[in-house]
Structures are given as structure tokens and as C-alpha cells.
Design a protein around this ligand. Structure first.
Ligand code: HEC
Ligand code: HEC
Ligand code: HEC
Ligand code: HEC
Ligand code: HEC
Ligand code: HEC
Length: 490
């Protein structure tokens, strides 16, 4: 009898010795390991990454649970089988004295190490991927397409999104996590606004982003800038303005404090209150200088008492609000393409026609690109010069208009100048006065911020006036704010 009945097992047979449970254990261990690693990377990293939270707290635990689930299912199935075959599993004995067991043990250890290494590499790579421009710009393709495309054409195309949008520090770590998770949710459930609203509420202050690379101590001096235009007449008359832009500097130890970057003077503060979300209407401004002297300016009709929490201190982003994502206006883009020769300036009325096609409303890019071609081809039948012009206008459309996201120049004010948007004239419009009415923020003088060296066309541009010329507006002399008439489509 003893020979027929195997001895009862000393230990309970392992229910885990089946493929399902073993795979489950492998997946579980791997994800636990990834979790620990991601968690460590994320806490120690220079930048807190908003999306890594998803990996660390959702995906890795998800796999862990899945692994445990598999293990359990495997064990449950093994138990049912055992019930049938009533405990005939042999005891697991590892005897390192036996060469066979030593060999198996070595293979097991080697495989485990390899596996852990691979999951470490995997996690690390994924972590880096979520920090990459590719992830930020392409993972949620439609939503970020406008920002990605405009960024790629900007002067910061080699600065990673995270360098401006997420920075070091514990407070921002949490903020970025929350907003990152919310963004993923919004994209997954199609709840995001179109266009993405601007300004960004939880953008880090400029001191912590821009000033990693550009700091107010640098004295820029003056910049020589030339703007080339073409008028909307039959011959597309050229018109240029050459300005000396008095950018200046903000730190007395590195150059005179003055010019436009005077606002960034390390010693004083310019503060303001905006009455709209886009910060386009600024009725109240206050300057606190190095000696602590406070000067307050208000527009005439603004009598509200000031809510101290609504006050914002001017930083780089109040002027350079589009350092990376410039949506060119139809007028600027066509002027540029014409001055570069991409659109033939000898085509009659081409300025007007090109700007016209770009200011129409289209439902998607394909429709827009087709309509542009049909319209322009119709205006210049049998003229071979129109083909490159059509291509140039279509390219302008692709680079600056994103109908799916409802994004274009109209939705994103650019604060750097004053032609198409209020920009500097939000404060420098001559209407911001001190209580006694004696002083106002400098405005009326067109030479405060720049001097016009030359203007006009042809030979006129060779006569430079270092002292500055009076602006000769093309056509009739004009009154009023530039952006009353100029909206980007004119
Ligand atoms: C040089 C710094 C910089 C870089 C690099 C950068 N951004 Fe921005 N981004 C900004 C600033 C500044 C704003 C506007 C902030 C404001 O007005 O509040 C902005 C705005 C945005 C907005 C809000 C919508 C808008 O246009 O105002 C999104 C979305 C965005 N960026 C995504 C990205 C993505 C994706 C990348 C990488 C492909 C990127 N950014 C790279 C500085 C940067
Ligand atoms: C990681 C470094 C880095 C960061 C962060 C950065 N920049 Fe730049 N910035 C550059 C480089 C590089 C250039 C182009 C090279 C040059 O002009 O010397 C540039 C160019 C510029 C220019 C001149 C060109 C232009 O587009 O008019 C401005 C203005 C500017 N940056 C503003 C900003 C602002 C505002 C921020 C913060 C939102 C910022 N930068 C953040 C590196 C950076
Ligand atoms: C009051 C508005 C204003 C503020 C605030 C401001 N800038 Fe500027 N900045 C300008 C203007 C205007 C120019 C001229 C460039 C132009 O016309 O496009 C300029 C030019 C620049 C340039 C380009 C210089 C070049 O060689 O092309 C850089 C870089 C720059 N600013 C960085 C900064 C940084 C960084 C800050 C924050 C510390 C800052 N700016 C704050 C208005 C401002
Ligand atoms: C939030 C309001 C505000 C905005 C926006 C603003 N400024 Fe100013 N700016 C001031 C105040 C206030 C002063 C100091 C008052 C004065 O001396 O008239 C000043 C002074 C100046 C000065 C004279 C500096 C000196 O040497 O005394 C220049 C130049 C200037 N701003 C250019 C600009 C340009 C260019 C822009 C747009 C890119 C701009 N500002 C946007 C508020 C603003
Ligand atoms: C508060 C400072 C400031 C004052 C005052 C000012 N400008 Fe400007 N202006 C700027 C800045 C900054 C730019 C650069 C815009 C850019 O580079 O996109 C500019 C650009 C221009 C341009 C080129 C426009 C473009 O964007 O194509 C013209 C023309 C011009 N200014 C004319 C004038 C005239 C005329 C006056 C007087 C009514 C005036 N400016 C007063 C700051 C000022
Ligand atoms: C009363 C309306 C009006 C005002 C205000 C006005 N403009 Fe114009 N501007 C026009 C018209 C109309 C044209 C001619 C457009 C054309 O032929 O393409 C024009 C043409 C221009 C052009 C050349 C064409 C082009 O492609 O941009 C410049 C530069 C210009 N204006 C700058 C300014 C500046 C700077 C101010 C503010 C100081 C200003 N304008 C104020 C109506 C105005």
C-alpha cells in the first residue's frame, strides 16, 4: 500500500507554480519596481513633471493590480485542479549542493536582474519621454498643435517646453501635478477649451523661467529694426520704417538703467491691475522706486478702490507674452512673404487679395487650403506667378491658423508693440495720470521708446536722422490709437 500512496507533502503545494501566476508575479514585481523608481526620479528631478503623475500613480499601480489579479486567477485555477488531483504536487526543494539546482538558481537570478534592469530602463525612458517636446507637443496632437507649430517657428524652438512651463521647486511640483492631471482628463474626455485660454494662470513667474537664460542684468542697448510693408493698392506700394528701439537695461551695475527694460530695473517695481482676464485693459498703475517712493497712475474714469490681491508686478511676460508661440497676423505674414520674394510683388493687388483669403473663416485646414488656391487662381488666370504665391499663402495658413482649435492671431494678443493690439499703450496712452493730474505715463512722444531713423521707400531709406523723424503714416494722417484701425487684417 505504501508504494501506491505518495507520502503526504510536508508543505502545502505551491499554488503559484503555474504560468498564469508566475507571469502575474513578474508583472507585479516589475510595476512595483517601476513605481518606486519613478517616484524617486520625480521627487529628485530638477523639474517637476506634471504628466509623470499619471505614470507613477495610475499606470504603474494599474499594472501592479493587474499582476496581482493574474497571480490570483492562476492560484485559483491551480487550486481547482489540485482539488481534482488531491495534493499530488511534489515538494519544492532547492539543494545548492546539487549542480542542477545551482545552475537553475543562477539562471533565475540572472533573469531577474535582467528583468529589473529592463523595467528600470523602461521607466526611465518613459519619464524622459514625458519631458520631451514631442510628448508635450504631439502626444495630445490636436490640442497642442497650435502651440507646437508656432513654437517650432519661434526663436525658442530649441528650448524645451518644460523649461518655460514647468520649473524647479516644490510648490510648482504640486501645482504642475494637479494641472497636468486635469489636462489629461480634459483631453481624454474632450472637455478642453478651444482655443486654450491665455494668459496661463499657473505659469511660473518669469524670474524662475525666462531668467534662467536671460536676466535683467544684461544691458541690451539699442536695437536697429526695419519693418517692411506693402500697401493694399494696385501696385502693392512698398513702405518701410527703420527704428532704433531703445531697449536699454535694468541694472545700474551693468549699464545705464533706462529705455524699455527700465521696467525690469532690479531696484523698482511697476505694478498694475487689469480689469479683464486677458490683461488688455489696465486702468491703474503704480511705481515703487528704489527709495520706496510710490507713484500711482489712474485713467480718468477709474475710481474703484484697489484690491491688493489683484495687483500684478510687471515681469518679462507682460511685454513678451508670446516669446514662443507667435501667431502672425495676415497682414504681417503677407508683408513678410512679399518682402522675402515668396509672393511676387508685381502681381496687381496681390497684397489685398492674399490678406483677404487669410481673413476668411474656414472650418478646417483642408478646406482653407483649397479655398485659398481657388480664390487666388481665379484672380490671376493663366499667370504662372500665382502658383508660388498660392503656395506661400497656404503655408502662412498652415503655420498660423488652426481652425480645429479655433486658434489664430485674433485669439492671442501680442503685447510687445502697439500697432495691432494695445500692447505698450495699455499704460502709455497718455490717459494714465497721477491724482493731481500733473504727471502721466509718457506717451504722446513717438520717440520715447524708439526713434524713427528712416521711412518710406527707395532712396528715402538712405536718409537717416539720428535725432528721429516724425512718423509719416501712409496715405492720410491719422488720429487715434493704432489698433482702432489696425487689427491684423489691415
Ligand atoms: C520660451 C518659453 C516657452 C517655451 C519654450 C514654450 N512656451 Fe508655451 N508659453 C510661454 C508663454 C510665455 C506663454 C503665454 C503665457 C501667458 O500669456 O500667460 C505660453 C503659452 C502656452 C500655452 C497656452 C496658450 C497660449 O498660446 O497662450 C500652451 C498650451 C503652451 N504654451 C504650450 C507649450 C508647448 C506644448 C511647448 C513646447 C512645444 C511650449 N509651450 C514651449 C512660454 C513658452
Ligand atoms: C533655456 C534657455 C531660455 C529660456 C528659459 C528662455 N529663453 Fe529666450 N532665448 C533663448 C535663446 C537661446 C534665444 C535665441 C538666441 C538669441 O537671441 O541669442 C532666445 C531669444 C529670446 C528673445 C529674442 C528673440 C525674440 O524672439 O524676440 C526674447 C525676447 C526672449 N528670448 C525672451 C524670453 C522670455 C520672455 C522667456 C521666458 C518666458 C525666455 N526668453 C526664456 C533662451 C531661453
Ligand atoms: C516693458 C516691456 C518689456 C519688459 C517688461 C521686458 N521686455 Fe524685453 N524687450 C521689450 C521690447 C519692446 C524689446 C525690443 C524687441 C522688439 O521690438 O521685438 C525687448 C527685447 C528683449 C530681448 C531681445 C534683445 C535682442 O537682442 O533681440 C530680450 C532677450 C528680452 N527683451 C528679454 C527680456 C526679459 C528676460 C525680460 C524680463 C526680465 C524682459 N525682456 C522684460 C520689452 C520688454
Ligand atoms: C503696466 C503698465 C506699463 C506697460 C504695459 C508698459 N509700461 Fe512703460 N512705463 C510704465 C511706467 C509706470 C513708466 C514710468 C512712468 C514714467 O516715467 O512716465 C514707464 C516708463 C517707460 C519708459 C521710460 C523709461 C525711462 O527711461 O524713464 C519706456 C521707454 C517705456 N516705459 C517703454 C515701454 C514699452 C516699449 C512698453 C511695451 C512693450 C511698455 N513701456 C509697457 C508702465 C508701463
Ligand atoms: C511706450 C513705448 C512706445 C511709444 C510711446 C511708441 N511706440 Fe511705436 N513701437 C513700440 C514698440 C515696442 C514697437 C515694436 C513692436 C514690434 O517689434 O513688434 C513699436 C513699433 C512701432 C512701429 C512698427 C509697427 C509694427 O509693429 O509693424 C511703428 C510704425 C511705430 N512704432 C510708430 C509709433 C508712433 C507713430 C508713435 C507715436 C504715436 C509710437 N510708435 C510710440 C513702442 C512705442
Ligand atoms: C484711422 C485709422 C488708422 C489709424 C488710427 C492708424 N492707421 Fe495705419 N493705416 C491705416 C490705413 C487705412 C492704412 C493703409 C492700409 C493699406 O493700404 O494697406 C494704414 C497703413 C499703415 C502702415 C503700412 C501698411 C501695413 O502693412 O501695415 C503702417 C506701418 C501703419 N499704418 C502704422 C500705423 C501706426 C503705427 C499707427 C498708430 C500710431 C497707425 N497706423 C494708426 C489706418 C490707420
Amino acid at each position: 500500500m505504501g508504494a501506491e500512496n505518495p507520502p503526504p507533502p510536508a508543505l502545502r503545494p505551491s499554488l503559484l507554480r503555474n504560468w498564469l501566476s508566475l507571469s502575474g508575479l513578474v508583472i507585479g514585481t516589475g510595476s512595483l519596481f517601476s513605481f518606486v523608481l519613478l517616484f524617486m526620479l520625480d521627487t529628485m528631478a530638477h523639474y517637476s513633471n506634471p504628466y509623470i503623475g499619471l505614470l507613477t500613480y495610475v499606470i504603474a499601480p494599474g499594472f501592479l493590480i493587474f499582476g496581482l489579479f493574474l497571480t490570483m486567477v492562476g492560484a485559483w485555477r491551480a487550486r481547482r485542479k489540485l482539488g481534482v488531483a488531491a495534493g499530488i504536487l511534489p515538494k519544492l526543494v532547492v539543494d545548492l549542493a546539487r549542480p542542477e539546482d545551482r545552475r537553475r538558481m543562477a539562471i533565475f537570478i540572472a533573469c531577474s536582474i535582467l528583468f529589473l534592469l529592463l523595467s528600470a530602463m523602461g521607466s526611465y525612458q518613459t519619464y524622459h519621454y514625458t519631458e520631451s517636446v514631442q510628448f508635450c507637443g504631439q502626444a495630445c496632437h490636436t490640442v497642442m498643435k497650435p502651440e507646437l507649430v508656432t513654437y517650432q517657428h519661434g526663436s525658442h524652438a530649441r528650448v524645451a517646453c518644460v523649461e518655460c512651463h514647468i520649473g524647479p521647486g516644490a510648490e510648482w511640483f504640486v501645482k504642475a501635478k494637479i494641472s497636468g492631471t486635469y489636462q489629461l482628463y480634459a483631453v481624454a474626455f474632450n472637455k478642453y477649451p478651444r482655443p486654450v485660454p491665455t494668459p496661463i494662470k499657473n505659469l511660473r513667474p518669469a524670474q524662475e523661467t525666462c531668467e534662467q537664460c536671460h536676466w535683467p542684468k544684461k544691458f541690451v542697448g539699442s536695437l536697429d529694426k526695419t519693418y517692411n510693408y506693402f500697401l493694399g493698392d494696385e501696385t502693392n506700394t512698398p513702405f518701410s520704417v527703420r527704428l532704433t528701439m531703445k531697449v536699454g537695461g535694468g541694472d545700474p551695475t551693468h549699464g545705464p538703467v533706462g529705455g524699455i527694460h527700465w521696467h525690469m530695473n532690479v531696484g523698482n517695481k511697476v505694478q498694475y491691475v487689469a480689469t479683464d482676464v486677458a490683461r488688455q485693459k489696465i486702468p491703474w498703475v503704480r511705481v515703487v522706486d528704489a527709495q520706496g517712493v510710490v507713484t500711482e497712475y489712474r485713467t480718468r474714469n477709474f475710481t474703484n478702490t484697489i484690491d491688493e490681491t489683484a495687483i500684478r508686478t510687471v515681469d518679462c511676460m507682460d511685454c513678451h507674452n508670446r516669446p514662443a508661440h507667435v501667431y502672425q497676423s495676415p497682414n504681417d505674414a503677407v508683408n513678410l512673404a512679399m518682402s522675402l520674394g515668396k509672393i511676387d510683388t508685381n502681381l496687381k493687388w496681390i497684397k489685398t487679395n492674399a490678406v483677404y483669403t487669410l481673413t476668411r473663416k474656414y472650418t478646417n485646414e483642408t478646406q482653407a487650403v483649397q479655398s485659398i488656391a481657388t480664390h487666388l487662381a481665379g484672380q490671376y488666370p493663366d499667370d504662372p506667378r500665382v502658383k508660388p504665391a498660392i503656395e506661400a499663402v497656404q503655408q502662412i495658413y498652415r503655420d498660423n491658423f488652426f481652425p480645429e482649435m479655433n486658434a489664430s492671431w485674433q485669439k492671442y494678443p501680442n503685447n510687445i508693440g502697439h500697432k495691432d493690439w494695445p500692447g505698450c499703450f495699455r499704460c502709455h496712452d497718455g490717459n494714465h495720470k497721477t491724482a493731481d493730474g500733473r504727471r502721466s505715463i509718457k506717451a504722446s512722444d513717438c520717440n520715447t521708446c524708439h526713434t524713427i531713423l528712416a521711412q518710406g521707400r527707395g532712396d528715402e531709406l538712405n536718409f537717416l536722422s539720428p535725432g528721429g523723424q516724425k512718423f509719416k503714416h501712409p496715405g492720410d494722417a491719422v488720429d487715434g490709437a493704432c489698433n482702432d484701425c489696425h487689427t491684423g487684417g489691415l
